[in-house]
Ligand binder design. Structure first.
Ligand code: TPP
Length: 656
């Protein structure tokens, strides 16, 4: 068999196995998978460097299937390329507990570099990966030895229609991420029909305007043309590259070129027709030995050799750079334990807004942790993500760790996911709490992918004041708290803020949001070590317990003030600071009872945000269930009845 025949046989085997995989599951998306099989074939056999025996090898090329609905194609590639995805796993596609779920899931299937499916986010994740690749390379002496690879992504029309794609490509162009290569499977069809139902922009010009190289392959079955485009893209020195590949959706099906083949199995008859069209004469789920061998001799061999050479070079480097090597190992493990040596001390005059306390803490941590990097969506001076004297992360100063994300909240959060998927860095991003909604889908993705992302959300209540209801979060915290595997911490003073930072940085698989105030908060009797338990007694009752006040953030100080006044009136209450529901929910029942101290019917929760969700902790909830108001902070707070006397009245009446 000559090379051309082997090529055709391999591509046909990929397509045939995609058809079988989806047919067996009676579910899946064959359209794009069949159309873009030659792109994946060319990438794997001629370019991609990765080692199936060590799928998380740090210096591998990254690949993100942004159009996650084409998961069957990725799984078939991983199978043929020697990853731990067997024919039986393909036969269990989309079934309960299988290694081959509906959309690719990071940590679940070996060889999957990113969870994808929500269209558009894969592009931003790939941008984040390329940023991390550049950052790690710049952070070490001879860093090129440690980290020097390409990031590839494959998207479809859908990804490019999503707004996040523009935020991400604009950022990538600005950052001159020349090692980022994005394939665009241009098949002119989406789920509902022809692309021109809803899209008429010039993608080429759009990318060019965003400072990208744009290459075009007119025939998506032309392996040599795809190969040539990848070679050109790899030689780019200052721009990311888009390779537009014109393909036919559902190639080989009787329904090819239409949306009918986007998301339904071909079925036996059409499947057999397509295989006949490819000239593929093998049985169901049968991949000829020649094809496996072809991948062994190309992709697998290339990856193994590269990995071996890397290990040799890096081991030698480690011997001659012991300090940097220690740092590198910690960075790869995301291990910050060496940087938290003693508990910080606070005096009464350390009263700060928690956003300022966070900024102070961040500046200290930034100087200690050499692989910590981040920034905000153009609100560094408000969210206090600014690093004094910090170098900006820019093409010319890639070792700078201060990222100017621009006003691109969604891409910022999604690219942070990409940076963490890549590894070698610890990251944080920041914006006003109310704009967390812009980032929600990426936050959810971080939680689902079990990434220890950090979000700094300031301006955390109606105490924002004059900017008014558009800028005053109400239901935002309830939204964030409802996300599984997500830790929301709302610290009540500087001490709790420092503890929250520690908690966030020590997390390995749970993202964390720090909810920070704009207004000053007094130093209370907070306890640094208790913060990680989610809730603790911050001010105990005098003698006998009549009620428990539970508060978070700025309302803890208010609760402590009300406690004194209530005592003067003969009502003896305890105040519990509850910075994190998530951490508290994970404590033992005994601990929870001990902290609350009294039945739910005598518990009073106080928070200047939506009451939604609080009733599981307290029968009485003082919150705000309408939008805020534009007024100086004091007036806004008073108009929503969040003064000491309001709390006193609230408890008195609740106890009646
Ligand atoms: C954010 C988001 N919106 C909607 C969907 C549902 N969806 C999945 S694929 C698809 C069409 C995508 O079109 P295209 O990228 O051209 O894929 P193709 O039809 O070529 O497979 C849609 C709407 C999704 N997965 N994510």
């Amino acid at each position: 068999m000559n090379e051309k025949e082997l090529q055709q046989l391999s591509i046909s085997a990929i397509r045939a196995t995609v058809i079988d995989t989806i047919n067996k599951a009676k579910s899946g998306h064959p359209g794009m998978a069949l159309g873009s099989a030659p792109i994946m074939y060319t990438l794997f056999t001629r370019h991609l460097i990765a080692d199936p025996k060590d799928p998380l090898w740090f210096n591998r090329d990254r690949f993100v299937l942004s159009a996650g609905h084409a998961s069957s194609l990725l799984y078939v590639m991983l199978h043929i390329a020697g990853y731990k995805v067997s024919i039986d796993d393909l036969k269990a596609f989309r079934q309960l507990g299988s290694l081959t779920p509906g959309h690719p899931e990071f940590r679940h299937t070996a060889g999957v570099d990113a969870t994808s499916g929500p269209l558009g986010q894969g592009i931003a994740q790939a941008v984040g990966m390329a940023m991390a690749e550049r950052a790690v390379k710049a952070q070490y002496p001879q860093g090129k030895l440690l980290c020097n690879h390409y990031t590839y992504a494959l998207c479809g029309d859908g990804c490019l229609q999503e707004g996040i794609s523009q935020e991400a490509i604009s950022l990538a162009g600005h950052q001159k991420l020349s090692k980022l290569i994005l394939f665009y499977d241009a098949n002119n069809i989406t789920l509902d029909g022809k692309l021109d139902l809803s899209f008429s922009e010039n993608v080429k010009l759009r990318f060019k305007a965003s400072e990208w190289n744009v290459l075009e392959v007119n025939d998506g079955n032309d392996v040599e043309a795809i190969d040539e485009a990848i070679n050109k893209a790899k030689s780019s020195k200052s721009k990311p590259t888009l390779i537009i590949v014109h393909t036919v959706i559902g190639y080989g099906s009787a329904k090819q070129g239409t949306n009918k083949v986007h998301g339904s199995p071909l079925g036996d008859e059409d499947g057999a027709n397509a295989k006949a069209f490819y000239g593929y004469k093998f049985g169901q789920f049968e991949v000829p030995e020649e094809v496996y061998n072809h991948f062994k001799n190309t992709f697998i061999k290339r990856g193994e050799e590269a990995h071996k050479a890397y290990d040799k070079e890096v081991n030698a480097w480690k011997e001659s750079h012991t300090g940097a090597a220690k740092r590198f190992e910690r960075a790869l493990a995301g291990d910050v334990s060496a940087y938290f040596t003693k508990e910080p001390k606070f005096a009464e005059d350390d009263a700060l807004a928690s956003r300022n306390a966070s900024g102070k803490c961040l500046n200290e941590l930034y100087n200690k942790i050499p692989f910590l990097m981040g920034g905000s969506a153009d609100v560094a001076g408000s969210v206090m993500t600014k690093i004094d004297g910090g170098i900006n992360f820019e093409p010319k100063t890639a070792k700078g760790r201060n990222i100017n994300w621009g006003i691109r909240e969604f891409a910022m959060a999604s690219a942070q996911n990409g940076m963490l998927l890549h590894g070698g860095v610890k990251t944080y991003v920041g914006c006003f709490l109310v704009f967390a909604d812009y980032m929600k889908a990426a936050i959810r993705m971080a939680a689902l992918s079990r990434l220890p992302a950090i979000y700094l959300f300031s301006h955390d209540s109606i105490a924002v004041g004059e900017d008014g209801p558009t800028h005053q979060p109400i239901e935002t915290l309830a939204m964030l708290r409802s996300i599984p595997n997500f830790n929301v911490i709302r610290p009540c003073d500087s001490r709790e803020t420092y503890a929250a930072w520690k908690r966030a940085l020590e997390s390995k698989e749970t993202p964390t949001a720090l909810i920070l105030s704009r207004q000053n908060l007094p130093i209370l009797g907070s306890k640094y070590k208790e913060v990680s338990k989610g809730a603790y007694i911050i001010s105990k009752e005098e003698d006998h317990l009549d009620a428990t006040l539970i508060a978070t953030g700025s309302e803890v100080g208010l609760a402590v003030e009300a406690q004194k006044e209530l005592l003067a009136k003969g009502i003896d209450v305890r105040v519990v600071s509850m910075p994190s529901w998530y951490d508290f929910d994970n404590q033992s029942e005994e601990y929870k009872q001990e902290v609350m101290g009294i039945c739910r019917c005598k518990r009073f929760a106080i928070e200047m945000l939506s009451t939604f969700g609080w009733h599981k902790y307290a029968a009485h909830v003082m919150g705000i269930d309408t939008f805020g108001t534009s007024a100086p902070a004091k007036a806004a707070i008073a108009s929503f009845h969040f003064l000491k006397e309001d709390v006193v009245k609230f408890v008195e009446e609740g106890l009646k």
